[in-house]
Ligand binder design. Sequence first.
Ligand code: ATP
Length: 951
Amino acid sequence: MSDFVLNLATSSGSAPVFRPSEKKTGGWKERHKQKKLEKHKFKKLLKNKNPPKSNEQNYKSSTVETFSPPIVEVEQYVPDQDGPNTTAIQADYDNTSDLPAKKPLPKNTNSAANLDKNKNKTSSLFTGFVEQESTQTSQAENQDKFKNLGIMPALSKHLSSKLEIMKPTDIQKIVLFNSLVNNLSPDNPSTKKHYSDTDILIRAETGSGKTLAYMLPIINRLLLSTSETLNNNNSSESQLSKSELPSRNLGTLAIVLTPTRELAKQVYETTLSLINISKASNSADVDEHKDNISAEPVQQVRSHWIVPGLVIGGDKKQSEKARLRKGATILACTPGRLLDHLKTTSSFDVSNLRWLILDECDLLLELGFHETLKEILEILELKKNSLPFANKNSFMLSKHIPKSRINILCSATLKDNVKKLADISLNNPLVLSSSKNSLSMVSDPNINDSDTDESSSDDENLSDSSTSQKKIKAEPKPKPAKKVEIAPLEFNVPTQLLQEFLVTPPKLRLVALTNLMKFFIKSNNEAKIIVFLSCKDEVDFFYSLFSNTDKKKITGQFTEKSDREIDEKANQNDSDNDIDDISKDLNGSDPESRSSNTKKRDSTDSYGKDTRSQNFNRNDYSNKNGKYNNRKDYNDKSDHSVYNKSYVLENTSIFRLHGSLPQFLRSETISKFTSLENNNRNTGFSGENSRGAKILFCTDVAARGLDMPEISHIIQYDPPTDIASYVHRVGRTARIGGYGRAVLMLLPSETEYLNLLDSNKLTLSRISYDNNIGNETKNTKNGVESFVSAFYREGGNNLNKSITNSVELEQLLKICCLINKQKTAQWMDLATDTQMKFENYVLSHESRSQLAQTAFMSSVRAYATHTPSEKHIFHIKNLHLGHFAKAFGLRQAPKTINVGNKVVSTSKSQKTKNDTSKLPIKKRIKPSEMSEFSIGAPTSMLGPRTKKFKR
Ligand SMILES: Nc1ncnc2c1ncn2[C@@H]1O[C@H](COP(=O)(O)OP(=O)(O)OP(=O)(O)O)[C@@H](O)[C@H]1O
């Protein structure tokens, strides 16, 4: 690896430039001394109050030599010759934040103190530093340009003119700098030193542009190499023989592995957009050349030979095979399908593979792909050696093409489980993080670094030969992988994200969700809301519920049962949903309500069958069940609508996404949900709000990596299974500098979860409302942006750990009364009406009832899958299943539920009339247990435990 030297000096020479010694020799004591000395020098520089003056001239003339790094503080760990060879780089995000207008300063912004904590873990050597004056705009502008980070002018112009990506984000600056600029030994370009390519671990917050961070260097190097091939041959394209020109026949040069198909598709589309460089952008290279007479002659970039490919399953394997046979230069894929093709598609050429990226690598492991990945790595290693080196196209010998495969691991939540993967796939990785709380990487000191040194000298030879003489050399031997240790992760979320919680009694969860969505839509009539649920059955149920309830009132078509039938059934079964009952619940004053409810529930016993889904899979990532793999299958069995209009929520389209939907439906859902087109054009809604709001009900299949623009709100109806999931779910909003709100809905028994989040630096506030909401409708962006900005301006709303009541829910219902032009005093009527509406809908048809029960049971089973460390918070014993069933429009819970291998009876809390009459009254009812929604009695908020009903 080349030493890291930043030439930030201006021509005046007044800038404080820190230069580490060129080479560290001697024993460890000497080197230790050296390190200390350099650290001392670095600290001195930090204190220097006279930052360097900008020198525009320098920036203009070269992109490499005079590059100012995007980071105010750069820390790099440069290996000793016989010491650990691991690098950690951290950025001071606060001073260089390039995201648009981040005014609010939320409390959870990480402090410098946290950085210091981790510094000790990384035995680091500071090798470069610069402090810049922020007021010197010309310099700042230079830092913010892609071309100053080693990106070709044509690509840089393409980014700005076509993709409207004007300047790099912090993580992009760091990755590009280290992959393109620093890599090329900027201190002495005349040596033509080869790239010192190392494996990389990238960690940055959600929505910070990690995809471009790893993809841009790949495309840039392919383009540079193409230009170089043409230049070296000193001939036009037409004069070169076919074998000398790069083409898709080279096979796959880069593979991006993702855990979900949607993410793979997104990566594929991003790649496609990047290589689609227009002629206009192309001319940027020529213009650049005119400005810079000292630069090497530049030809127009040729990108058309770079062919992105997609292999994700859910598509016909034969057509995938055909695509692979023709050649896919950059391939986005899911692990299972990739392994399948590696084993069975003989024409799939990976012998030239130079980049392997594992996006969302922590999830890849969590989903149990460890063995698959291991096998993939083994096959890639085997196939790498399958072709003789001499057979390779001259393009592959360019200095811009890595000599061996670079492995890149990437995620917003790289944590300790990645260690396993890093151990088998990474060699001396460079850790690039935009967070101060960087990971710390420690190489195994027992492993000698001599291999690395050897290979670097190979690098030099190969570099020279590749550019001029094209000597054929044997590839360097694979280096032994080093043990990697990853320090505990501190989670980061975007600073423009407002994180809130809403505590809701189980009985009123559905009411709360409906009114919360109504409130958000009122505050933002083009709101895009994602509601995270724990399982696919729940998603299907909510999709159907919000699409169809109340349909009859509007269209007159919804007549599966007559009004009379519905009303009769509703009256007959009406248990605890009338105004009085909810009022009593909320005020905690009716000790008898439980027994009366119990009696009434019995009449709906016909819905108590266990209709559990046989293929329960909490997250449904892999569609392993193989259901509905094509349009025909699915059409035969199910609703294939991509979205429906909601009749409960005005002017709103309802979408759903989970892993058991057929691929065509998944893709269309994402495309329609993300598109900005008017989705209500045929719905009869009109007027200025005709664009309407959109709501997506989904499982965690949508939690990772999906980049859906302008998501304004996230609602977590079911809590996530782990903290990383929380971070990814909320990360679907407030992306790339935008604003967003994320609300976590919790049961009273789950509020301890807030402390757990808090201990991970994720501090949530009680939900708060804009009181003017009933009076005015706000437009898309400002609805969220102004609220979040004002929230932080006013000092935020601290987490109150003693959560004792449901005032926020009451407040929400009152606001929704205002929205409905009702009096606020009618908030309980509103709650009752909302719940009744859904219960009537569920009761109105056997199939709906089945759907609700299946959803309920799957949801309870999903609840049982929380990790052991969270079990004390999310334990099924804490659930009052009867009340929990209300969230599914059910008036009582099904009699039994399968949880794991056990059949759990729910009937303990729902005795038949005869059974309950036999019980002594004091054993059946306790006032404190009854008043679950009591505002006055904090302990009662925890609700009765099933255990207490044991006789
Ligand atoms: N420099 C930039 N300027 C403006 N927009 C950008 C920039 N880089 C990337 N984007 C856009 O930001 C969005 C988010 O990027 P991306 O999906 O790569 O984020 P991410 O960090 O991978 O997020 P996640 O962790 O959620 O997967 C994309 O729409 C992308 O086009």
